[in-house]
Design a protein around this ligand. Structure first.
Ligand SMILES: Cc1cc2nc3c(=O)[nH]c(=O)nc-3n(C[C@H](O)[C@H](O)[C@H](O)COP(=O)(O)O)c2cc1C
Length: 216
């Protein structure tokens, strides 16, 4: 009887220890440093202040982006940093036009509302181009993007990845836009990144730690 009780208590202690570890993994970093803090504090920002971000900060962020790893160090991305208000407006107008009558998900579902911006009105929009015939290019671009997102967060600058950018700019009738931003024919748009000073502080979205398994 005593043995069974000890075993039961042991099993309960093991289960509760496992559970609390799972929670720690999702909510609270066990090792705190600036990188971990930037990762845990980053959120997709969908409201920006109109003022342009400081050029030196932007240069550092872009430099962090291109210091990302890439397969065979081929750096297959093309990066365009757009701050031209007229071009930004035309890109957004083009999205709104194409979205008419479509059942789009997320923030794009509000595309026909007045004042809608597919890149959430950020004063700067980064367009990331991927090499069309290179299967690892999208991974290269994703790693570049995460460096941009995290270095921006470390300066309290907001960002949001904009996958919707690909659908607008890779459309055959958007060739003129691609020409205007010097995107070579070898590349297509992977996604955009809106970037600017934050005008909101959203809560963290939940993460599913059960997708991670340790095999020891
Ligand atoms: C490939 C990709 C495409 C995305 N496209 C959009 C988009 O078009 N518009 C948008 O508002 N958010 C977009 N997001 C942001 C996601 O909605 C966001 O990362 C996710 O909801 C998790 O929230 P968090 O970034 O605040 O942690 C995109 C994210 C990724 C990784």
């Amino acid at each position: 009887m005593k043995k069974t009780l000890i075993l039961l208590i042991g099993a309960l202690a093991f289960i509760s220890c496992k559970e609390s570890k799972k929670e720690i993994a999702t909510t609270m970093p066990q090792h705190k440093n600036e990188v971990v803090e930037a990762i845990k504090n980053r959120r997709s920002i969908r409201a920006y202040k109109p003022e342009q971000i400081d050029q030196a900060q932007l240069d550092t962020i872009i430099d962090c982006g291109i210091n990302a790893p890439s397969a065979l160090n081929k750096q297959t991305w093309e990066v365009r940093v757009i701050q031209n208000a007229d071009l930004l407006k035309r890109i957004n107008d083009s999205f709104v036009e194409k979205a008419k009558g479509k059942d789009l998900k997320g923030s794009a579902s509000r595309s026909q509302e007045p004042g809608f911006s597919v890149f959430h009105g950020s004063p700067t929009l980064i367009i990331v181009g991927r090499e069309k015939n290179n299967p690892t290019s999208l991974v290269d671009c994703g790693l570049l993007a995460q460096n941009i997102l995290l270095s921006a967060e470390s300066m309290n600058i907001g960002t949001c990845t904009i996958g919707n950018m690909a659908s607008i700019l890779n459309d055959p009738d958007a060739k003129e836009f691609l020409k205007e931003i010097n995107m070579p024919d070898t590349h297509e748009v992977a996604f955009g990144i809106s970037i600017g000073y934050k005008n909101e502080s959203p809560e963290a979205k939940p993460r599913d730690a059960s997708k991670v398994q340790y095999i020891k």
